[in-house]
Structures are given as C-alpha cells and as structure tokens.
Design a protein around this ligand. Structure first.
Ligand SMILES: [Zn+2]
Length: 136
C-alpha cells in the first residue's frame, strides 16, 4: 500500500508520501517537488528509488529513535553530501550530525519546514517526535 498526499499552507504546497519498507514499515518523505526531507530511512534503496524517480534532492534526514529499521539507511544516504541528520541527543545513532532534545527547533530551509522536538519515551527511552510547528 502506498500512502501519499499533498498539503501545505498558503502557496507552499508540500507533498508527503510513505514509502513501504521491509515487511510492515514506512519511510516518510516530505517534499516541495524539488527538495525532500526523509524521516526514519531504515533502508536506503527504496528512498533512493523514490528520489530518483521524482528527481528530488535530499536536503535533510530526521531520525526518531535508534532502531535499525528506522536508521539503517541514514549513513549511506548522507554519505559524501552536506545533509544534516537530526536525531535524539540521548541515543547513540551513527551519522547523526544534529542531536536534538525536547523543546529544540529544527528548521529546514527547503522544503521550508519547522519542527518542534518532543521527547516521547516508550518505544525506546530516547524516542523523539518531530511536530511540524510551522512552514517557514
Ligand atoms: Zn523501533
């Protein structure tokens, strides 16, 4: 099953999609038709295929927790490129360049997105959520 849609505020239309991964997982992508942010890329191959098909440039990676099925593709996707990788400060995740914690703000230039970081321990102790607090 593929989940996708279009949303946004004002003139900044955003596309979002859930790329199926592994048996029962999704990798979320938010794009403006040119640049894309990927959330929890557990596997690099389906993300690369998605980006290539749509001629999207990867601009940032967001990671919610340390499990391999959510982080496994991050290092390879960011390798050799200046792509910020945001992840929970309280978990050790290879490739994270911007450790974040509760109340931090993540500002992505393009697509223009602003997230507030929420700590949501449960699935893992350091699990975080990125709350889209603005489209700036
Ligand atoms: Zn997990």
């Amino acid at each position: 099953m593929e989940i996708s849609g279009v949303g946004g505020v004002g003139h900044s239309a955003l596309e979002y999609a859930a790329i199926p991964a592994f048996q029962d997982n999704y990798i979320w992508v938010i794009s403006n038709g040119r640049d894309a942010v990927v959330i929890d890329p557990g596997d690099e191959a389906p993300v690369r295929a998605y980006l290539r098909e749509r001629r999207l440039r990867l601009s940032a990676i967001l990671l919610t927790h340390h499990h391999g099925d959510h982080t496994g593709g991050a290092l390879a996707l960011a390798e050799g490129q200046d792509i910020p990788v945001y992840g929970p400060a309280s978990e050790s995740i290879p490739g994270v360049t911007h450790p974040v914690r509760e109340k931090n703000t993540v500002q992505i230039k393009t697509p223009a997105l602003r997230f507030s970081v929420l700590e949501v321990p449960g699935h893992t102790l350091g699990h975080i959520a990125f709350f889209a607090s603005g489209f700036a």
